[in-house]
Design a protein around this ligand. Structure first.
Ligand code: GSH
Length: 221
């Protein structure tokens, strides 16, 4: 596909699911527009376009795509180079781990928004336990490395960015990563496409948002 195609991403500035698409678009050097909305007051046009009422939406010459994993696939298939593996089984395994990443993003959100210490401890513990599942595929070299970038990288980088910010806001949010996961998170954080995937004042916005929601981690931090 050439870049006559008009690509527009509909976003909420703090959304990790949108950030996945931004990372991939940046990594591929695809030209795109981005329109931010406030999820608490979604404009009428968004409500009409988004069947699930969620961001991201990707508008491709006006056609609507939704669900971040589907959008990643579309971008990967449409703009070179391909990052999903050629091998069917390997590609399916990547997609499965991307789903797993989505479930960890939900847990991260629950940790961030927790209203008391008990929920913080519970969600931090859940995350810590779940991260162990990543050790085997990482040790196998299933995902990206310093040369090869994968869609799994794009899907997990927003998670590690938020967990890092949360642990700075309050050490009680600190999730201890298994060594392989720590190395992966560090490598992803250093990539330009990840650094450029959020608004400049993202850390301040992130903490202001949590404060506005009465998140215990910020109030007690
Ligand atoms: N499964 C969806 C999740 C997207 C999602 O949860 N987006 C949030 C913002 S980060 C949203 O739009 N929430 C609005 C709502 O649920 O009403 C995806 O992968 O795209």
């Amino acid at each position: 596909m050439n870049q006559e195609t008009e690509i527009k991403l509909v976003s909420f500035r703090l959304c990790p699911f949108v950030q996945r698409s931004v990372i991939l678009l940046e990594r591929k050097g695809v030209r795109y527009q981005i329109e931010y909305i406030e999820l608490e007051h979604p404009p009428q046009w968004f409500q009409q376009l988004s069947p699930l009422g969620k961001v991201p939406l990707l508008l491709v010459d006006g056609e609507v795509l939704f669900e971040s994993a589907v959008i990643l696939d579309y971008i990967d298939e449409s703009f070179p180079p391909r990052f999903h593996p050629e091998d069917n089984l390997k590609r399916a395994r990547h997609k499965a781990w991307i789903e797993f990443g989505s479930s960890l993003l939900v847990l991260q959100h629950e940790l961030a928004m927790a209203a008391d210490r008990r929920v913080v401890d519970e969600k931090r513990g859940d995350l810590q336990a779940k991260l162990n599942y990543l050790v085997a595929p990482l040790e196998e070299g299933l995902f990206g490395d310093s040369v090869y970038f994968s869609l799994v990288d794009a899907a997990f980088a927003p998670l590690f960015m938020r967990l890092d910010l949360l642990s700075r806001l309050n050490p009680l949010a600190k999730v201890d990563y298994p060594r392989a996961v720590a190395g992966w998170a560090e490598r992803l954080a250093s990539l330009p496409c990840v650094k450029d995937s959020v608004v400049e004042d993202f850390p301040q916005r992130f903490s202001a948002y949590l404060e506005s929601k009465g998140a215990w981690l910020v109030m007690a931090g």
